[in-house]
Design a protein around this ligand. Structure first.
Ligand code: ADP
Ligand code: ASP
Ligand code: MG
Length: 413
């Protein structure tokens, strides 16, 4: 029986009762002979509550202090889970990110993990203990506490599984696996038995919040066997692996949406002299992630460019652009919110032309206006008005044959 890394999300540890259920599952695995490293998130919505507290004091709280504040959430849940396990006779120890040796780059709010020094974890496992690790947090070489970005506990679990060469990494959450769309938005969504790393990476990056995108990236890189399943039932979950059996040869495997999209337009930008490169370098140096970019036509010496950012990054992006307006030599910056991005994802698209055209047709039939488009080998994304998100997601889910098949009705004799 090998080592397993398990991760329990916020809802799964949202109350003492739920923490007890998690402890029972851990006990069963331990009795079956497994060594266990367990990553937990902060209880329920407590991370949101902490963010709100800071925002009552400052619109832009210091990112360092925000990390200091948010990491307390996970410190509460690891200690409570360790106490619960000890109470039922299981030797357990809780460790913060830095105690567990999770070292990150020196960036607050969305640090990447550089390496895991797993000596402390190994030593605790050697004593026969269940090791409980605080998700979402790490430490820099200078001893500063960092966080990995919202939803980052998944990534903590995967990097630990990679470092410890765990048999597998199990992500326990409040749904039974990865579905063809968010089951809260599409009631007819189907649970996938398996999905490839590449498709899952696209879905997660395009807004399917069930997994932190960096966790999938790390799982693919280090070949970690990843399973998403419910913390409330024993139902089989979804396997994320290299060559997932293609689900009945479907062209589209899933629909994802992201309602945090903002569009920025920079007008009157010099059409030559590397202005575009300077613009996006300036944004990148400020840690602003830019998504879809569309350059307008050139009129005389000037052009304009539109791009999308996450609504979280919008204030920072606008601030940076305004502060650098003279150096970047543009005349005006505009922005628009109230947008969302709807995407279809599927490895089968590579060999099937016309998928994008069909997506546009389906959206047009519902009178959904498409504001921007972006494509890759295995996805097509459209930016649309946010209020039409649910309609768009459901329409595409049905159109691409993803709805759960109607149950055969059994008539009495
Ligand atoms: P946790 O706190 O366990 O990390 P999250 O809220 O981060 O849980 O992720 C689980 C949620 O992801 C589900 O409740 C579901 O609404 C959402 N979700 C979005 N897209 C999908 C999808 N394709 N499959 C499953 N869940 C999805
Ligand atoms: N508690 C953090 C968050 O709410 C990390 C996580 O849940 O993965 O984003
Ligand atoms: Mg999550």
């Amino acid at each position: 029986m090998g080592l397993i890394v398990q991760k329990y999300g916020g809802t799964s540890v949202g109350s003492i009762e739920r923490i007890r259920r998690v402890a029972e599952r851990i006990a069963a695995y331990q009795q079956a002979g497994h060594e266990l490293v367990v990553v937990v998130s902060a209880m329920g919505k407590s991370t949101d509550t902490l963010v709100e507290l800071a925002k009552q004091i400052a619109v832009y709280p210091s990112e360092r202090e925000l990390d200091m504040l948010l990491t307390t959430g996970e410190q509460v849940s690891i200690a409570l889970l360790a106490i619960t396990l000890q109470q039922i006779g299981i030797d357990a120890v809780s460790l913060t990110g830095w105690q567990a040796g999770i070292r990150t780059e020196p960036i607050h709010g969305r640090a990447r993990v550089k390496e895991v020094d797993n000596r402390r974890i190994r030593a605790e496992l050697a004593k026969g203990r269940v090791v409980i690790v605080a998700g979402f947090q790490g430490v820099t070489d200078e001893g500063e506490i960092t966080t990995l970005g919202r939803g980052g506990s998944d990534t903590s679990a995967v990097v630990l599984a990679a470092s410890l060469q765990a048999e597998r990494c199990e992500i326990y959450t409040d749904v039974a696996g990865v579905y063809t769309a968010d089951p809260r938005v599409v009631p007819s969504a189907q649970k996938l038995a398996s999905i490839s790393y590449d498709e899952m990476l696209e879905l997660a990056s395009l807004g399917a919040g069930v997994l932190h995108p960096r966790s999938v990236e790390a799982a693919k890189k280090y070949r970690v066997k990843l399973i998403v399943r419910s913390s409330f039932t024993d139902e089989e979950g979804t396997y994320i692996k290299e060559d997932a059996e293609m689900e009945t040869g479907r062209v589209v495997s899933g629909v994802a949406h992201d309602e945090h999209v903002a569009k920025i337009t920079v007008n009157g930008l010099p059409a030559s002299g590397g202005a575009l490169s300077k613009l996006f370098h300036t944004l990148a140096s400020a840690q602003v992630n830019v998504d879809i970019i569309i350059q307008g036509s050139v009129a005389g010496e000037l052009t304009n460019v539109s791009f999308t950012v996450s609504t979280d990054d919008l204030p920072k992006a606008l601030e940076v652009l305004k502060a650098n307006q003279a150096a970047l030599r543009f005349t005006q910056v505009e922005h628009e919110t109230g947008l969302s991005k709807v995407s279809i994802v599927g490895a089968g698209m590579i060999n099937n032309p016309g998928v994008a055209a069909e997506m546009f047709r389906q959206l047009a039939e519902q009178e959904i206006s498409i504001r921007m488009v972006s494509t890759s080998d295995i996805k097509v994304s459209c930016v649309i008005p946010a209020e039409q998100t649910t309609l768009a997601v459901r329409t595409l889910h049905t159109a691409f044959g993803l709805d759960v098949p109607e149950q055969a009705v059994v008539h009495g004799q």
